[in-house]
Structures are given as C-alpha cells and as structure tokens.
Design a protein around this ligand. Structure first.
Ligand SMILES: Nc1nc2c(ncn2[C@@H]2O[C@H](COP(=O)(O)OP(=O)(O)OP(=O)(O)O)[C@@H](O)[C@H]2O)c(=O)[nH]1
Ligand SMILES: [Mg+2]
Length: 341
C-alpha cells in the first residue's frame, strides 16, 4: 500500500502542523479559482430540484400581482412544502408583510428577500469543521442512520485531508456488515490511508480502541471512525455507540473530539427525528448534510438550523470527493432559491 507510515521519507515531506486550529478543508471561495465550473455553479445545479420547486411556485403566486393577504398565504404554504419548517415560513412571510404589503413585487424580488431571510437564519450554524493539531490524533466519530452517507463522507474527507498533507487513519467501526468494511477499505486504498479492520461481527468498541492505539503509533493527525447505521434495534445501536465512546475515553478522556452526524437531505423532515435521536445517544458536535443534489427537500437544512442550532460543517452535492464542501450560508441560500451569485 502507498501509505505514509511505511515510507521512511514520508515524514519529511509532510508539512508541519499549524499551531492553531484550522479548517479541515478549504472554503469554496478559496478554491473557486481553480475549479473551472466553480463551486457556486455546481451547488446551484445540485440544488436545482429544490430551487425549481420554489421558483415555479413563486412565479405562479407573484406574476403581475400585489403582495396581498392571499399571496402571502400561498407563499407560506409553498415554503412549508419546501421543508423549511412552519416557523421559518411564518417568519419570512411576516417580514414581507411588514415591509412590502400592498406593493407591486416581482418574483425576483421575492426570491431575493427569501434568500436574505434564509441566509440570516442559517448564518449562525455556518461553522467549518476545525481540528486542534494539539490533539493528535484528532478523533472524529461519524454517526448517522444507514444509507445517510457516512462511509462516503469519510472517504471524501480522507481524500481532502490527504491532499492537504495530513496523516489520516480510518477505522471500519461498522462491523455489522462485511460490505461496509470492504467499502471503507476501498476508500483507504484510493486515498492511501491505512484502515483498521476487524472481522464482521467484531466488537466495534474494541476496534475503535485498537484504532486509536494504532493511529497514535503511526503519529496520525486524524482518526476517522465509521459506525453502523442500524443494528437490531435502536437500543442496541445506542449501547454500541456509547460503549465505543467509553472505550475511546479510556485512552483519551477528550475523545472523540468531534462527533459528526451525517444526515441525508432526501429524507426531509425525518432529519429532525434523526438529529434528536443521535443527539441523545452520543451527543453531536456538527452536521454533514448529504445528497442535497438529489432532492427538492433542501429546505430542511434551514429548519434544522433554526431548531437545533447545531453547527452545519459540510454539505454534499454528489458522490465525488470534491462534492463535499464547507457549508456557507450565502451561497446556499442564493442557490436554494435559484439566484445567480
Ligand atoms: N447524490 C449523492 N449521493 C451521495 C452523497 N453522499 C453519499 N451518497 C451516496 O449515498 C449512498 C450511501 O452512502 P454510504 O456512504 O454507503 O452511506 P452509509 O451511511 O455509510 O450507509 P450504511 O453503511 O448502510 O450505514 C452511496 O451510494 C453514496 O455514493 C451526496 O452528497 N450526493
Ligand atoms: Mg457505511
């Protein structure tokens, strides 16, 4: 394997760690210049199912029409249907009622106002995933229901960190399914990251413990731990995750340093229940929202932000490593309503 810890010259070529916490992955703005299509354009294309539903609805309501009570009611219904949540829909409509009632408004003005409202609501949760280089390895536990995108997200992160010269170890903590272990190994091979593996059915907590020991011995910067999304039942899953966390704490009381909840945007409002459940089970320090490209329910990110205030670190708009980027309030809100940059 082309892994760094077997290469004696690898040590020298690895950049020194910065003394302060720094973003794990660069922001979209940093990399826009070397991305021919641009992240904003891709985000806009990815969110097109969500934005088309909103744009069509707004066009229908506001074409050659004053902002009257009936129009505001229709807009509120449209926003609720877009998964933004009842509270958010009410706030947006109330603001428009206060500022523009009785005036002629164009669909574009409504979209602009909507984008501004959404940006205001989601700005507080725009927090890039940062790691503290003093915690070595920085341990990231990745949780979420089955199929939400945990393993893929770990693969994408591994690729991005490796590109940034970081030493990354992966732990195949989803010991429930053999295919899950293989899937992580494929990402490990692809990204040149060692993967700590035990057989199917092995104790996930024991594996996580061993992985931290190995990652320390390898002087890794980061340890990314995959987990099962489903066991026989919820109580089993909770017991397993809690045991896993306890076993990490035996080695490092501060570990895991981050618990990422991966949420699939296509499930819409069900994401709320998942956030609630995992928050209670293991605590969640940040959210990764995947599959915003495949759904008209992208608005759910807004209602989640409003309800829980949990940092939203990253969003996924496709299956490639480059399709996972830091969440940015401005580009997200403009894209969600189909506006140009
Ligand atoms: N379109 C799209 N697909 C994604 C995205 N993220 C993940 N996927 C796909 O979603 C599917 C499930 O992803 P996994 O990473 O296997 O999900 P998981 O949470 O590990 O699932 P389990 O191991 O079953 O718990 C895969 O086919 C991924 O390629 C995304 O942002 N956009
Ligand atoms: Mg998986």
């Amino acid at each position: 394997m082309r892994s760094w810890w077997r290469d004696p010259s690898g040590d020298e070529s690895t950049p020194a760690l910065a003394p302060v916490a720094e973003p794990l992955v660069e922001t979209a703005a940093d990399s826009a210049s070397d991305d021919p299509r641009g992240w904003f354009a891709r985000l806009r294309a990815g969110l097109s199912k969500s934005s088309t539903a909103l744009t069509d609805g707004i066009n229908q309501i506001f074409l050659r029409r004053r902002l009257d009570a009936a129009a505001l009611d229709e807009l509120e219904e449209l926003l609720i249907a877009s998964d933004m949540g009842v509270g958010v829909a009410g706030e947006v409509v109330e603001n428009l009622r206060r500022t523009r009632f009785g005036q002629e408004v164009t669909p574009d003005e409504i979209r602009g106002a909507l984008a501004a409202e959404v940006a205001k609501l989601v700005e507080p949760v725009q927090k890039p995933l940062r790691f503290d280089p003093a915690k070595r390895p920085f341990v990231i536990l990745v949780v979420g229901v089955n199929g939400s995108g945990k393993t893929t997200t770990i693969g994408k992160l591994a690729q991005q960190y490796r590109a940034g010269g970081r030493r990354v170890v992966l732990a195949a903590g989803d010991t429930y399914r053999a295919a899950a272990i293989e899937q992580l190994q494929i990402w490990g091979d692809r990204t040149g990251c060692p993967v700590v593996v035990r057989g199917q059915g092995a104790d996930a907590a024991g594996l996580a413990y061993d992985a931290l020991v190995e990652a320390r011995a390898m002087q890794a910067d980061l340890l990314l731990i995959d987990t099962a999304g489903r066991l026989h039942n919820k109580a089993d899953l909770m017991a397993e995750l809690q045991k896993l966390v306890r076993s990490l704490k035996k080695l490092d009381p501060a570990a895991p340093h981050a618990v990422l909840l991966v949420l699939d945007a296509t499930v819409g409002q069900n994401a709320h229940q998942q956030a609630e459940t995992f928050r209670q089970m293991v605590g969640v320090t940040g959210i990764v929202m995947t599959k915003l490209d495949g759904t008209a329910k992208g608005g759910v990110l807004v209602s989640l932000a409003e309800k829980y205030g949990i940092p939203i670190h990253l969003i996924g708009i496709g299956e490639g490593a480059d399709d996972l980027r830091p969440f940015e309030a401005y580009s997200f809100s403009r894209s969600l309503v189909g506006l140009e940059r």
